[in-house]
Design a protein around this ligand. Structure first.
Ligand code: 2AM
Ligand code: CA
Ligand code: CA
Ligand code: CA
Length: 255
């Protein structure tokens, strides 16, 4: 199978996941907690991951899956083709708001992003990228990110992080506005689409970032950890993703 067929198949899986999620929202689903009482997971998250697992095992037996809800445990390297999946990114939004959550997939080949797919399920926005061929929002090509000054930038982060970090407080005072959407995947997609100019988080897993990282590569965006180091996509890390001009402006102040 060539990469265009792989992309089309992966997009179909994601769209089928979106349809499944909307159907499950009409019923009652079970809500559980993970690491703490605010760390939510539902049966829908788990079932979406199982749908991907079954389809990938059937259609691509040589590919591997790294998913948030259990199918990450065997993945210790990124050799070959690995699907990095967040079945629902923004589960708290899913449970509390019934909107502003996404299905996120990054397909990596030997550690490098090949395909990125992020579906905003309720708003019907589908972000798709293929390495070397650009990134698209619902079939419209996203342009390369343009130069802009920091005082015209909109940056996104969880307000909890800002309370703890004086350098971030200083950034807040210089930018045009701040936002927080509660879905790392959507926030990265918005940076790729130029709706946000930077997104910073202090604790994200590979599945939060993989799809958005692939999208950003195609529009000239930059994504590293908070210290400016390369992301491994094997462990949790901080994240600093931005328009390249805004990245440099903020990075200079974080040092
Ligand atoms: P989730 O909804 O898939 O858990 C919320 O600010 C963002 O951070 C979401 O993308 C959310 O993903 C992610 N997130 C929530 N709890 C997290 C945790 N304990 N570790 C890493 N990422 C987390
Ligand atoms: Ca989670
Ligand atoms: Ca997530
Ligand atoms: Ca999730």
């Amino acid at each position: 199978m060539n990469i265009h067929e792989l992309k089309d198949t992966a997009v179909r899986y994601v769209e089928e996941a979106g349809i499944y999620i909307k159907e499950e929202m009409k019923k009652s689903y079970h809500i559980d907690t993970k690491a703490n009482k605010n760390d939510l997971v539902t049966d829908v998250d788990k079932n979406v991951e199982l749908l991907f697992k079954e389809k990938i095992e059937h259609d691509f037996p040589e590919h591997r899956l790294m998913g948030e809800e259990g199918s990450f445990e065997d993945i210790k390297d990124l050799d070959g083709i690995v699907w990095i999946l967040d079945p629902i990114d923004g589960t708290m939004n899913f449970v509390h708001m019934s909107t502003n959550f996404a299905v996120s997939v990054g397909i990596f080949e030997n550690g490098k992003p090949l395909i990125g797919i992020i579906l905003d399920v309720m708003n019907g926005e589908l972000f798709v990228s293929l390495t070397g061929e650009g990134a698209y929002l619902n079939d419209k090509k996203l342009p390369l990110l343009e130069e802009k000054p920091l005082d015209e930038a909109i940056v996104s982060f969880n307000t909890g992080w800002v309370l703890k970090d004086e350098k971030l407080q200083h950034i807040v005072k210089q930018v045009r506005g701040t936002r927080s959407f509660g879905s790392a995947a959507l926030e990265l997609a918005y940076v790729a689409a130029g709706r946000l100019d930077a997104y910073i988080s202090m604790n994200l897993a590979p599945w939060d970032v993989a799809g958005g990282y692939a999208l950003l590569q195609e529009v000239g965006g930059i994504a590293t950890n908070y210290e400016g180091n390369k992301l491994s996509f094997l462990d949790k890390d901080t994240l600093f993703a931005a328009n390249p001009y805004i990245y440099r402006e903020i990075d200079a102040q974080l040092k």
